[in-house]
Design a protein around this ligand. Structure first.
Ligand SMILES: [Zn+2]
Length: 792
């Protein structure tokens, strides 16, 4: 039940009786002009859950920390009727008189459904906008696995180097420590679990139950980093040596902590300490409690094994085999009866099982990974349906409704985007039309109602989670992990729909909400990424999530830069690099990009197939306005020019890609220029926090103004020309945007990812909000770096 958009009608009747009859159909008000409440993929149905009554609709699955509701108002009994208000085709309701029913549609297009309610004295109604679409292509694009690659690009060489030489070694050192009091529980948990399994004296589990995530994510980050060519850089070579030595040290310790049946989570193998420091004897049964993060840690282990196996050239299968054993253990225990039905309170295993299942299919053939994909769907199907009671069904962990009936992004934002990302996988694998409809609806809801201009998600108005539609306060939560999940989700939509707009979106999230997740040196990180920043980054955190997630996601460039199909290569990002895309219709194709993007718009791509071959290269034509929440001027979409081997070409544009089909031979070169202009971005009037404000963008980069440079409370002049200047000595080399405030004083803006690197006075972001605290902390200090600037 979603009640935020319920329409409350006050009607006067004879005798001055006031009837307040609220009708909720998860609908927009009648006078709402735009906006889709949900998408339905043909030939599917949409699930309708109306509510009628007096007063405000109940919010039966209120987020954690919300206030208790007032007792319901009462009045005469009501009757309800669903009808079609408008739309190009016919609509069939399973039962038009039932509040909870379904509707099916005959043809694609935009429909308005209406729920009318009468109580004998008055009537009122509410509407629901449904966009009906045709299904995605039958076959999805294929992911490009990470394999040895080179990064040659001023921005990305610096960012990947900082992650490799500073951040990952720092994570290794922290995880190796046994004396941490804030954020303990690294590799020592595996060492102690190994002792416990061998029957030796051992210590208790340290840290959160999911502290194993530190180790697994850092193993994946190291594995990817080791596939990046150091190109002779002594600091990277030294960091690589440390990573190799760490993997040699850690892998036997991780394997020794795996139980004989394949189960792996040290919080279950070791005794746990209670909050008071006493040993909590448990018992802690496997797959029993929602809060033990069993799937969360298991999923990261499966994922780490993929890139470790690839990094070793498929020669070292220790982690891969252990991951198979863990996935088998889950498959053997969980599933339809007589196996156990269950779901984890924190999603991650779902998307990991699909990623791992596909990988096993690719590595071993014969559909050997298929059972893991089936289990992923089973775990998602268990949400809501196998909750033990209504109290367990909550928006916080997306168990308030069956996942296929969820159309609005709610609850804890990392859990949510991981849920939707796993659902997108299942939709592609099964072609289940209910999954397709829910995934597209959730995507639409996020992008057009709950999406920050930085590509971040999660306002923090619910516990670490989403707020109501259009409620996007700039003291946002935008956890780094939710940016990772947002990238995974958009990337999967790109593969499913073969449409460049999803890559436009993940480029936005990657360059803004995620890239500034660490500082420029790579020594500190942000757990949350508010658009009004008032804190600096922190070296460590009690919560073992974002730490490794930031690095593994940002480093996995081959997967984000390219996708492939049987007939060609898709260029999704413009990053100077040398990456081999394997098996493009049977041919390995090395793709070499040379570009200084995003500092300028010139990109040259050399296509090197092993032998001449006919295929298509599809190049993303950037579109900066995918989210309808934001409008920018001047227009900076499209390409300025495109040439192959020096001759101008005018290719067809298909789903946002310029398609060049020809016989490609080694050395063929594509040159393109992307328009790079300073854009003023303005938000929809519906976003109260951004009214009378403007944000600045250059290419994919959002910009901040910082207190260290100027008074950030001033208003930017509407008339001031905005220019760029390259400052090689500032923040490691950045393009700044310059203009004037309305009082004539100079304004300078720096890229959002480089924010808060020059404010040593600012306090570091404190640790996790205390348990049960609703959402992000209140701003304790005025913002020192902001995205949205007053405009006059
Ligand atoms: Zn996190």
């Amino acid at each position: 039940m979603k009640s935020q958009l319920s329409r409350r009608a006050m009607l006067q009747t004879a005798g001055a009786l006031t009837v307040s009859c609220a009708v909720s159909a998860e609908a927009a008000p009648l006078n709402s002009l735009a906006g889709v409440d949900r998408v339905t993929i043909l030939p599917g149905k949409t699930y309708l859950r109306g509510w009628t009554g007096y007063g405000d609709p109940p919010r039966s699955n209120r987020p954690r920390g919300s206030q208790p509701e007032a007792p319901p108002e009462t009045g005469p009994a009501t009757t309800a009727l669903w009808s079609k208000e408008s739309g190009p085709g016919s609509v069939t309701f399973a039962d038009a008189k039932s509040l909870v029913t379904t509707a099916t549609f005959s043809t694609p297009g935009e429909y308005v459904l209406k729920l009318t309610v009468e109580n004998g004295q008055a009537s009122t109604s509410s509407t629901l906008n449904v966009k009906v679409e045709t299904p995605p292509p039958a076959r999805q694009l294929d992911a490009v696995y990470t394999k040895n690659f080179k990064v040659d690009n001023p921005l990305w060489s610096a960012r990947t180097k900082a992650l490799m030489v500073s951040w990952i070694p720092h994570c290794i050192d922290q995880i190796n420590r046994t004396d941490l009091t804030q954020g303990p529980g690294g590799i020592d948990n595996f060492v102690e679990a190994g002792k416990a399994l061998r029957g030796e004296p051992h210590g208790a589990h340290k840290g959160y139950v999911f502290s194993n995530a530190w180790v697994h994510q850092t193993v994946e980050a190291m594995s990817i980093a080791l596939m990046i060519d150091p190109q002779g850089d002594p600091e990277i070579i030294q960091a690589h040596q440390k990573m190799k030595a760490t993997l040699d040290d850690w892998i036997p310790k991780i394997l020794a902590a795996q139980e004989p049946d394949g189960y792996l989570q040290t919080a279950f193998t070791l005794p746990r300490l209670s909050a008071r420091g006493n040993v909590d004897p448990g018992p802690f049964q496997h797959w029993e409690r929602r809060g033990d993060h069993e799937g969360y840690t298991a999923g990261y282990f499966l994922e780490s094994a993929i890139n470790h196996y690839l990094m070793t050239g498929k020669k070292d299968a220790r982690l891969y085999n252990a991951a198979r054993k863990l996935a088998d253990c889950w498959y053997d225990n969980l599933g339809p009866a007589p196996k156990k039905a269950w779901y984890d309170g924190h999603q991650e295993m779902e998307q990991a099982l699909v990623r791992f299942g596909r990988f096993v299919n690719d590595m071993e053939g014969g559909g050997k990974g298929q059972k893991y994909i089936e289990l992923a769907k089973f775990l998602l199907d268990c949400r809501y349906t196998t909750a033990r009671n209504d109290r367990e069904r909550q928006e916080y962990d997306q168990s308030h409704l069956p996942v296929t009936q969820q159309y609005e992004a709610v609850g804890h934002a990392v859990r949510a985007v991981y849920n939707y990302s796993g659902m997108a996988d299942v939709a592609v694998e099964t072609h289940d039309v209910d999954y397709q409809s829910a995934v597209k609806s959730l995507w639409d809801n996020i992008v057009n109602k709950k999406y920050y201009v930085t590509g971040g998600v999660g306002s923090g108005e619910t516990s670490e989670g989403f707020g109501p539609n259009y409620s996007l306060r700039n003291a946002a939560y935008c956890e780094s992990c939710s940016s990772c999940g947002e990238i995974f989700f958009q990337w999967k939509m790109n593969l499913a729909y073969h449409d460049a707009k999803y890559a436009d979106l993940y480029e936005e999230t990657m360059y803004n909400a995620l890239l500034g997740g660490t500082d420029l040196e790579g020594k500190h990180f942000y757990y949350t990424n508010p658009l009004d920043a008032n804190e600096t980054r922190t070296p460590w955190h009690v919560c073992p999530c974002c730490v490794g997630n930031i690095a593994r996601t940002l480093l996995m460039l081959p997967t984000w830069v390219y996708a492939k199909s049987a007939d060609g290569v898709y260029v999704n990002l413009f990053i100077g690099s040398t990456i081999t895309v394997e098996n493009v219709g049977g041919m390995d194709v090395q793709m070499v990009q040379a570009t200084n993007y995003p500092w300028d718009g010139k990109v040259s791509i050399t296509v090197n197939p092993k032998a001449p071959k006919n295929f298509s290269v599809r190049i993303r034509v950037p579109e900066r306005g995918v989210s309808s929440l934001y409008q920018s001027t001047p227009d900076a979409n499209g390409m300025t020019s495109l040439a192959v081997n020096g001759s101008v070409v005018k290719p067809a544009i298909d789903k946002g890609y310029a398609v060049i089909t020809r016989e490609w031979k080694a050395g063929d070169r594509i040159d393109l220029v992307l328009p790079m202009k300073v854009q003023r971005v303005r938000a929809s009037e519906k976003i109260a926090a951004d009214r009378h404000k403007v944000a600045l963008r250059y290419g994919p980069l959002m910009y901040n103004i910082e207190k260290v440079d100027q008074d950030i409370g001033k208003a930017l002049s509407r008339k001031t020309p905005l220019t760029t200047e390259w400052r090689k000595d500032l923040l490691g080399g950045v393009m700044v945007i310059q203009g004037a405030f309305s009082d004539g004083s100079a304004m300078v803006a720096i890229p959002n990812f480089a924010r808060t690197n020059r404010d040593p006075e600012a306090p570091p972001q404190p640790d996790f909000p205390p348990p049960g605290a609703p959402g992000a902390r209140p701003a304790s200090r005025p913002a020192t770096s902001i995205v949205w600037i007053q405009e006059a």
